[in-house]
Design a protein. Structure first.
Ligand code: BGC
Length: 344
């Protein structure tokens, strides 16, 4: 009797199990449970507006594709970034995505990750000589070209320009500057002075304007490494009643930069479709985690200083007051009422 009751309970349990097994939800739950892809992401910082968008789109795309993402903020501290990568390695994640603070300082960590079978994506900024699994960014050389071309369109051929660049440890910076310099050289625009802002600290660019009044009075245009720098520069210019008098360019299409452009104190910015970058990076992270080859027309190779590595370089777009609506508003990047907030 006891045995038959046990047999009954057992078969009832089996029946229950097979019923729930037939439902798609439970089946996929268990298979996902076993194979859940884990991605670790280490950002330089979130001071600049764009990085929050990069993070949000990356995380939501990766989640849709069945992965979990652990996001860490290194707050501009390279030692902290190294610790975060070590933490991800110890945790045994499948892929680590890095917006590096210093393009030359993470070789050891990348090597360790590789030895642990973890894939590495250099996001937006190259990690040099490290043989990462993917470097995905915008065409930084083109960003610089677009900046110089904006000056040309303002009739500055043969003029004098000032170059206030970004962090000297960010490999994007020399690329942007090379593009800028090449166009300047071609059209005889003289770069009268240039500096770099450590850690992308915008106050360094602003301070330059205050402390070099003669140079500022002498130049026809100012190139800023990004919109955050441009913001400080324009504020400093406005104190000297020069805002809107000297063309200033930046990059990122930060909301405030777009506002300045339609108000007339900034000449142009470079819009980089961050959503596309983040989405594509997330797709590639999943493929790499599954051990798949990266495929797509956008994938080429680039040399990182020592190795040829897979590369995706998206095109940036120059934005001025003329195409603000077409590029920024129509794409949904910023809302029209936000961009034209003070310009009415
Ligand atoms: C990015 C820029 C950004 C800057 C500061 C660069 O590497 O390309 O878009 O403004 O870093 O975060």
């Amino acid at each position: 009797m006891k045995r038959s009751i046990t047999a009954f309970i057992l078969s009832a349990l089996l029946l229950l199990a097979s019923c729930s097994g037939a439902s798609g939800e439970t089946a996929s739950d268990s298979s996902q449970g076993e194979e859940q892809i884990e991605i670790g992401m280490s950002f330089d910082s979130f001071v600049i507006e764009r990085w929050q968008r990069d993070r949000d789109v990356f995380v939501s795309t990766a989640k849709e594709l069945g992965a979990t993402v652990n996001v860490q903020n290194a707050n501009g501290d390279i030692e902290k970034q190294k610790e975060q990568i070590e933490y991800f390695i110890n945790k045994g994640v499948d892929v680590i995505v890095i917006v590096c603070i210093d393009s030359e300082s993470l070789r050891e960590q990348v090597e360790k990750a590789r030895n642990a079978g973890i894939k590495i994506i250099a996001y937006d900024r190259l990690i040099t000589d490290s043989n990462v699994d993917l470097y995905i960014t915008f065409d930084n050389y083109m960003v610089g070209q677009l900046m110089a071309e904006a000056f040309l369109r303002n009739g500055l051929q043969g003029g004098k320009v000032l170059m206030l660049g970004g962090s000297p440890t960010d490999n994007n910076v020399p690329l942007v500057e090379a593009g800028f310099r090449d166009v300047c050289a071609k059209y005889r625009m003289e770069i009268v002075d240039s500096i770099h802002c450590d850690g992308w600290r915008a106050e360094i660019a602003g301070d330059y304007i205050y402390s070099h009044p003669e140079t500022v009075a002498d130049v026809d245009a100012i190139m800023c490494g990004n919109d955050n720098l441009a913001g400080q520069v324009i504020q400093a210019l406005s104190v000297q009643r020069l805002a809107g008098e000297i063309p200033v360019v930046g990059q990122d299409a930060d909301l405030e930069a777009c506002q300045r452009i339609v108000e007339g104190t900034q000449t142009m910015t470079v819009y980089k479709p961050f959503e596309r970058l983040a989405k594509r990076a997330a797709e590639c992270a999943i493929a790499l985690a599954r051990g798949e080859e990266l495929t797509g027309d956008d994938i080429t190779t680039i040399n990182d200083g020592s190795f040829d590595i897979p590369y995706i370089g998206l095109d940036p777009i120059a934005v001025t007051a003329e195409n603000m609506d077409e590029v920024i508003i129509n794409s949904g990047f910023h809302l029209k009422e936000d961009v034209y907030l003070y310009a009415r």
